[in-house]
Design a protein around this ligand. Structure first.
Ligand code: ZN
Length: 209
């Protein structure tokens, strides 16, 4: 995007297209939201949320940050989860990572990245938790991809550890999904993480019930 003014021209075009399609489009948009899904994804400009899922405005509540993190110390992420689960009453929480994630790549290197150091340490902790599995993968690209997947898994676990999600699991059977978006093919991949087994495992430590 070289000319920022072009955005306003694009916006006019978009309004026209929407109204041509449905003249009540913006009345409906202004009347409120009732999304079924909370999507936690990466801020990467190539990993858009609604577009890759084929969903439109009003259908998904979105939180994006570097490397799709759901750290319990991140007030923004925790606020989004609380609002989406407790007030919007979404039935699904998706954590979606992507192969080729710059945040995950940076965490694999031992570079000093200033303010990002404590942030990336959360991903380095994922590496440490799974270091036996990761170190056994000799191909660097394959190891990088696996860390993307394991980071999604760990962020899903972070989501499950929140009391809001715990209550919603009990009350209405909310489900948490771990996905990866493959930029090279456009495919969304469901990691089919066995959360029941993982939860059973971590319950002893975190006293979730
Ligand atoms: Zn990313």
């Amino acid at each position: 995007m070289k000319n920022i003014d072009k955005i306003f021209e694009n916006n006019k075009e978009w309004i026209k297209t929407k109204l041509d399609d449905d003249n009540k489009y913006f009345d409906k948009l202004a009347s409120g939201q009732d999304p079924d899904i909370l999507y936690i994804g990466c801020s990467d400009s190539r990993a858009t949320a609604e577009e890759i899922m084929g969903l439109g405005p009003g259908e998904v509540f979105v939180h994006r940050n570097i490397a799709n993190m759901a750290s319990n110390l991140d007030l923004t992420a925790m606020g989004v989860i609380n609002y989406a689960v407790t007030h919007l009453k979404v039935d699904h929480v998706i954590v979606c990572g992507h192969y080729g994630c710059g945040g995950v790549k940076a965490a694999m290197q031992s570079q000093d990245l200033g303010i990002l150091n404590p942030y990336l340490r959360n991903i380095r902790d994922v590496y440490r938790t799974h270091k036996d599995e990761l170190n056994a993968i000799h191909n660097e690209d394959a190891r990088y991809k696996r860390l993307v997947e394991l980071n999604v898994q760990e962020q899903c676990i972070n989501v499950l550890k929140t009391s809001d999600v715990q209550i919603a699991v009990k009350d209405r059977g909310i489900t948490v999904h771990g996905w990866v978006f493959d930029l090279a093919t456009g495919k969304l991949i469901d990691l089919k993480i066995d959360f029941q087994a993982i939860l059973k495992d971590i319950m002893e430590i975190y006293h979730l019930d």
